[in-house]
Unconditional design. Structure first.
Length: 96
């Protein structure tokens, strides 16, 4: 009978330890999920910034192209045609 009580006691202790470890893992998992959400938001914000900067760069390059090539209308037309194609691609992606 004493052995049975000892086995039950050890089983209870093991269950308590397992519950403790499980709770710690749940807390750790929750913290990691929150960290993933925060990092995902940071990535999203940075992606928006990159897109904005790329757009500003393209506009700057266009302005520079137009300013430098007043006599070279062909280059300006090619650049504008490229931008129109890019806009068409964007519109096509938005329509999907």
């Amino acid at each position: 009978m004493a052995i049975r009580n000892e086995v039950i006691f050890l089983l209870e202790e093991n269950i308590k330890r397992l519950l403790f470890v499980a709770n710690n893992l749940k807390e750790s998992n929750l913290q990691l999920r929150q960290q993933v959400e925060e990092l995902s938001e940071t990535i999203r914000v940075k992606d928006v910034e990159i897109e904005e900067l790329a757009s500003r760069y393209q506009n700057l390059m266009l302005a520079k192209t137009i300013a430098l090539t007043a006599e070279d209308v062909k280059k300006v037309k090619l650049r504008i045609n490229e931008m129109v194609r890019d806009i068409d691609k964007c519109i096509a992606l938005l329509n999907k």
